[in-house]
Design a protein around this ligand. Structure first.
Ligand code: ACO
Length: 326
């Protein structure tokens, strides 16, 4: 059976690090509130001139290097992002050009914080259908440019970054075993960016209202996130005849520590099974899972045969999970 196997991982976060104490300098907040409510201590933020495609390209290049794959041999590049360089064309096309992936198709995929798992799932399906052999899947975001830096309810939560994996067709039992995607658009205004698309078009009034900034009702999002992340994790394990005991490592979307703890508890995972790096990156949306995966991979924490459970929830709402045999 042909499966999609992850043969390389890579990540990149901007050099500039902003701590909670740095935020205290211009915002009515404090390190203690942010740590206890979110687990976040610091985040990486882009500087002027640094864009989503730059982060995505660097992460992608590192993943290609690890896999030993030449960019010219890629069949496809998918970038999960909702903060692309332009409304269109796709940031994936800029990455394609930067990398010299002259034989690859390229597109962006919009599923907010679930963007990487949605993109991974799409890549896996193309490989399993025999339509591609080598695919670069990236999650990349620059949320620092869509949050209102005067809104303490939201701006403290997010960071910028990118993570990537190379998927290759492979015979056998190792690779991505299953992916599971869900969505519910009935409550989209709990987490969204009103402007500027074709519904709310650009205007001076819209800018004055802050329509171009991310809006979130944190309390409501929290409850739905925990419920759905736990549910999709159960579905994913069941689909493979597994239980939480089979999970070597749970890599959840790093939204905030309380969502991660509550989800892990609900599905019965032990602390040592859960990977957490939200303290150092904040919520980088579609980039959190591939950044975490790259960290554990480069740290030598993954052994052949390990079972990984990946789990995300985000705007839309969208949620997703994947089970991988490393
Ligand atoms: N610093 C200090 N005080 C603050 C801050 C801040 N940065 N932000 C809010 N507060 C205040 C509020 O104004 C409020 O004060 P008040 O009682 O005087 O009005 C008080 O803290 C409590 O506010 P709540 O919103 O009730 O705080 P809560 O405990 O719910 O925590 C949080 C807020 C952290 C946003 C929480 O709701 C949450 O984690 N939600 C999940 C949302 C999330 O992570 N979204 C990411 C995108 S979706 C995803 O990735 C899954």
């Amino acid at each position: 059976m042909i499966r999609a196997r992850i043969t390389g991982t890579g990540s990149y976060a901007p050099e500039k690090v902003v701590t909670n104490v740095d935020l205290e300098q211009f915002l009515d907040t404090n390190d203690e509130w942010i740590r206890t409510r979110t687990g976040i201590v610091e985040r990486h933020l882009v500087v002027e001139g640094e864009n989503t495609s730059d982060l995505a390209t660097k992460a992608g290049r590192r993943a290609l290097e690890m896999a030993g794959v030449d960019a010219a041999d890629l069949d496809l590049i998918i970038v999960g992002t909702i903060t692309g360089d332009y409304p269109w064309p796709a940031t994936a096309c800029i990455v394609q050009s930067n990398l010299g992936a002259v034989n690859a198709g390229a597109f962006d995929l919009s599923a907010a914080c679930s963007g990487f798992l949605y993109a991974l799932s799409t890549g896996v399906d193309r490989i399993m259908a025999g339509n591609a052999k080598k695919i670069l899947v990236i999650g990349a975001e620059v949320f620092s440019r869509i949050v209102d830096w005067n809104d303490r309810n939201t701006c403290v939560l997010f960071g910028d970054g990118a993570g990537a994996v190379v998927l290759e067709a492979s015979e056998g039992d190792h690779g991505v075993l299953s992916t599971h995607l869900y969505a519910d658009g009935t409550q989209l205004e709990l987490l969204y960016q009103p402007g500027f698309g074709t519904r709310v078009t650009p205007s001076a009034e819209g800018i004055a209202r802050g329509d171009h900034f991310l809006k979130m009702q944190g309390n409501e999002v929290f409850k739905v996130a925990v419920r759905n992340m736990a549910e999709v994790a159960r579905i994913a394990l069941e689909a493979n005849g597994m239980t939480t005991k089979d999970v070597s490592l749970f890599i959840p979307h790093q939204a905030n520590i309380r969502i991660l703890d509550a989800t892990a508890k609900r599905i019965g995972l032990k602390d040592e099974q859960v990977y957490i790096n939200v303290d150092r990156f904040g919520n980088t949306s579609a980039a959190t899972i591939p950044i975490a995966l790259d960290e554990v991979n480069r740290a030598g924490r993954l052994k052949t045969g390990d079972i990984l459970l990946l789990d995300a929830f985000g705007g839309g709402f969208t949620w997703a999970a994947a089970v991988i045999r490393w």
